[in-house]
Design a protein. Structure first.
Lengths: 435, 254
């Protein structure tokens, strides 16, 4: 008999519908007289929302991951891009995306829908370059890229008004640029509403993740991937913000009723960075040991907004701003300040910051161990993982590592990874509960 | 109590049968492509040596890459657990266990109670395993035993990057053209594989005593390179390739 009760998420299908609607909206935007833009999952997507309700985006990382999930199409994309001379060790999402553009095949059917403009921010060495190439491949799409390299957010660094203004100033300039390239008038009210939705989405997703500190965990990371993704698509979309409000209520209710994601939960771990998307079944393999991955700094903090309390060594969801932005300038400053605190930004400045936040999760979520993915497909988020491993071990948590690639299955060895999981479970003293 | 451990490796299958903590039978047969058949054969050979039959064995525990193959197994454990158990049984002071087999190298750190604290396994590359040494011996046109001995006669250390077996072979060709003495080339090969293994050992933390197991432990040239690189004495069991099977047999008896 199972240790805990379990049941599917009631909102599961709704999450999937929103995702598919998003990709459909982008593809069909021109048919409705609207605009299409592309940019990263980290970009300030609230800003283009000021151009109107018929402006749709396609964010690059989740799109690259969607391709990765389809092994056959991913290989087709990778081979296409390698054939024209791009190196195999570049960002795997980027290669998948470029391949899709080059082949003129959209992962959701039909030809690749050409964007009208590119709205990006530069967080790692690939991000600006990524769209420079997209622009070239598409015959010269206008591109705007925001530089966010102002240093770490407190407590890891100092955040001065000048630093905020540096980023906010680029957003203000970007608004003028958007008006120029689209010929549309920017609507401040729509922009302010989109900012507020962004704050809501990223605040509430953090609160949802926090619920996974409970035993049994109400969510498993494999399922969380299908939920957090909505914020990576368009965190400023009201549909996403409203969905997270509903999801929070459902997950809270699961906690109150003791509903587990993994019925035989006896071992709690977290992972790190993007998983090998074509092999999410390794999470189901872990479940044979009653092992649940409660998330990671990646799933919790790529879109979730948290405050790190240095004194207590704890992470808390960042509280919502106490008021809505009153004008365009304030909206840009609030948006910049909000996103510069993103946990996944901080480790670009030092792996030490990431280690501190990971250890906080390990303690708060009462973990037995940590499984780290040496992700050869993402230079940015893999930075310093070996350092994180040492720090986490020093904090008293056993760590297993495995090598792979989030978007290129050729660099992942499923059987050997399973064997490592077997060995890790043995070292943790965890026996298999199902075959 | 009579128990057996069977280690189904990439290249060979090893069986150890123990009775009340004493080894009474052992065997080693090539794995070939019929892993199930090889497991049966190895088990029967070890039992014959011990003068026992299958019904005399209370429990069989399998380990190794092909540990799911033996149909007669009662339980299975990973190589990490089996290696640690066997090595600590033979060397109670062991804190670091290095296993270099045909296709895989691994480093295991154990605590005073013999419990695995941390482990590392080589990634998708044979440059840290026995298959690499064999490929290099072929390139040098010597047999494995001779290459080990040659290495001890080296007069100088020649750097070799050996990021992968294919490139190492082309490096070796360059050394041949540069008229590098054969003993120096043999040492270069062993130094290169030892570098790969030691980097993995340092990842888990090299604490004495260090025990080397697996088939490559029979290579005196590699042992010399490894000891030099680790700056510590490396303990060697009499039957280094049988330690995983011994560990599995001991676990079966617990």
């Amino acid at each position: 008999m199972a240790k805990y009760k379990t049941e599917p998420l009631k909102l599961w299908n709704k999450a999937k519908e929103i995702r598919l609607q998003y990709y459909k909206n982008y593809a069909e935007a021109h048919e409705k007289g609207g605009l299409r833009w592309v940019g990263g999952a980290w970009t300030f997507d609230a800003v283009p929302a000021g151009l109107g309700d018929d402006v749709y985006s396609l964010t690059s990382e989740p799109y690259g991951a969607s391709i990765a999930y389809d092994k056959k199409f991913a290989l087709e994309c990778q081979e296409a891009i390698e054939k024209v001379g791009y190196a195999r060790d570049l960002c795997a999402y980027m290669r998948n995306y470029w391949g899709s553009v080059l082949l003129d095949k959209y992962a959701f059917g039909g030809p690749f829908p050409k964007p009208d403009f590119i709205w990006q921010d530069h967080i790692c060495c690939s991000h600006a370059k990524w769209y420079q190439t997209v622009s070239e491949l598409e015959g010269g799409i206008p591109m705007y890229c925001v530089d966010v390299s102002v240093g770490p957010y407190p407590p890891f660094g100092e955040m001065t008004p000048e630093k905020i203004d540096y980023v906010a100033g680029q957003l203000l300039d970007g608004i003028e640029w958007l008006e120029k390239v689209t010929g549309r008038t920017f609507d401040d009210e729509k922009f302010i509403e989109a900012c507020w939705n962004d704050f809501r989405s990223t605040h509430t997703w953090a609160k949802i993740c926090q619920l996974n500190e409970n035993i049994p965990a109400p969510l498993d990371e494999k399922s969380m991937y299908s939920l957090y993704v909505l914020a990576t698509l368009q965190k400023s979309w009201k549909v996403v913000a409203d969905f997270y409000d509903e999801l929070y209520e459902e997950v809270k209710e699961r906690v109150e009723r003791g509903i587990a994601a993994v019925a035989n939960e006896q071992c709690r771990v977290m992972t790190d960075t993007q998983p090998p998307w074509a092999f999410l079944k390794i999470f189901r393999y872990m479940e044979q040991y009653g092992c649940v991955s409660v998330g990671s700094l990646y799933t919790w903090g790529l879109e979730g907004m948290w405050v790190y309390d240095e004194k207590e060594g704890r992470l808390y969801p960042r509280p919502m701003p106490d008021h809505k932005p009153r004008d365009r300038e304030e909206a840009c400053r609030m948006l910049a300040d909000w996103h510069l605190q993103k946990p996944e930004y901080q480790h670009f400045y030092s792996p030490e910051y990431k280690s501190k936040m990971m250890i906080a999760i390990a303690k708060q979520a009462k973990l037995n161990g940590v499984i780290l993915h040496y992700n050869r497909g993402c230079e940015g988020l893999s930075l310093g993982i070996a350092e994180n491993r040492l720090a986490i071990q020093k904090a008293g948590f056993p760590v297993m590592t495995f090598e792979g690639n989030m978007g290129d299955e050729r660099e992942f060895d499923e059987e050997r990874t399973k064997q490592r999981i077997d060995a890790f479970m043995e070292t943790l003293g965890v026996k298999r509960v199902e075959n | 109590m009579i128990t057996a451990g069977i280690d189904c490796g990439a290249k060979t299958v090893k069986v150890v049968v123990i009775k009340d903590g004493q080894v009474v039978g052992k065997s080693l047969v090539p794995a070939g492509i019929d892993a199930k058949g090889a497991a049966e054969k190895a088990f029967d050979e070890a039992l014959a040596q011990a003068g026992l039959s299958r019904k005399d064995v209370a429990k069989v525990v399998s380990t190794g890459t092909g540990r799911k193959e033996p149909t007669f197994r009662d339980e299975e454990v990973t190589e990490v657990t089996a290696d640690a158990r066997g090595a600590v049984f033979l060397f109670p002071q062991a804190r670091t266990v290095i296993d270099v087999g045909a296709e895989e190298g691994r480093a295991i750190r154990v605590d005073a109670a013999g419990k695995v604290v941390d482990f590392a396994v080589n990634e998708k590359c044979a440059a840290g395993a026995g298959a690499f040494v064999e490929a290099m011996a072929r390139a040098l046109e010597v047999d494995l035993e001779e290459m080990g001995k040659l290495s001890l006669q080296a007069k100088q250390a020649v750097p070799m990057n050996a990021q992968c077996a294919v490139f190492a072979e082309s490096e070796l060709v360059s050394l041949v053209h540069a008229k590098t003495p054969k003993p120096d080339m043999a040492r270069a090969i062993h130094d290169a594989i030892a570098d790969r293994i030691v980097s993995m050992v340092r990842r888990v933390g090299a604490e004495p005593e260090v025990v080397l197991i697996g088939g490559v432990a029979k290579n005196v040239g590699f042992v010399d390179s490894l000891s030099r690189d680790l700056e510590t004495e490396v303990k060697l069991p009499d039957d280094p390739e049988m330690v995983g099977a011994l560990g599995a047999a001991l676990i079966a008896a617990e």
